[in-house]
Ligand binder design. Structure first.
Ligand SMILES: Nc1ncnc2c1ncn2[C@@H]1O[C@H](COP(=O)(O)OP(=O)(O)O)[C@@H](O)[C@H]1O
Ligand SMILES: O=C(O)C1=C[C@@H](OP(=O)(O)O)[C@@H](O)[C@H](O)C1
Ligand SMILES: [Mg+2]
Length: 188
């Protein structure tokens, strides 16, 4: 009988925490697959997230997200990054219980600077600082509720964050890459 093992790491946190960036890096480090539920939703809907919000509204997006998380948790054994609002759904929070979930924490100033440079996020399209603060106030307890570990990202590079996540989850910090010896082999 095959026992489903679930993802090796699940990243949660607000927009700009670095879930997608660190998720891909982590997967590379672990030599495993990477999956992002936002990408899954866009593939299912056949359009980018901002268009889903405009055409069908946020409740429809949340329904797609809920299903995307469920499917990814069932199918994927590598690193999984969720969208920032996925943990608002109570069923999703229940599903995450017992999984190796890491809350990537970030302060307002860093998050707003980061998302300002990146793809559009419909929830932050207008008055992003205030919106982000409100989102985080409502969600912070929920990130803590689902997380096995919390990793601060503010003063760390993506590589440093990825290493902190590996350490927090007790995962190996090296890949299967063949180690390069410190000294050249001079025996020949
Ligand atoms: N630790 C970090 N330091 C600096 N920039 C970062 C860091 N983590 C992510 N970024 C940058 O922030 C932006 C948002 O990252 P992203 O991974 O999309 O966040 P999330 O998926 O949590 O919303 C990207 O441009 C990314 O390169
Ligand atoms: O916080 C949110 O509600 C959202 C975060 C986004 O993902 P990131 O957290 O990866 O930016 C994306 O799922 C959507 O725009 C809604
Ligand atoms: Mg993301």
């Amino acid at each position: 009988m095959t026992v489903p093992q679930g993802p090796v790491a699940v990243l949660v946190g607000p927009p700009g925490a670095g879930k997608s960036t660190i998720g891909a890096l982590l997967a590379e480090r672990l030599g495993t697959g990477y999956r992002d539920t936002d990408a899954d939703i866009e593939r299912t809907a056949g359009k980018p997230i901002p268009e889903i919000f405009i055409d069908e509204g946020e409740p429809h997006f949340r329904a797609l997200e809920r299903q995307a998380v469920r499917t990814a948790v069932a199918e994927h054994s590598g690193v999984l990054a969720l969208g920032g609002g996925a943990i608002m759904d109570p069923d999703t929070r229940a599903l995450l219980k017992g999984l190796p979930v890491v809350f990537l924490d970030v302060e307002l100033a860093d998050a707003v600077r980061r998302v300002g440079l990146d793809k559009p996020r419909p929830l932050l399209a207008v008055n992003p600082r205030q919106r982000w603060r409100e989102l985080m106030e409502a969600r912070r307890p929920l990130y803590h509720e689902v997380a096995r570990a919390v990793v601060a990202t503010g003063d760390r590079t993506p590589v440093q964050v990825a290493e902190a996540v590996l350490e927090a989850l007790g995962l190996p910090r090296t890949t299967g890459t063949i180690a390069v010896p410190d000294t050249p082999d001079t025996t020949q």
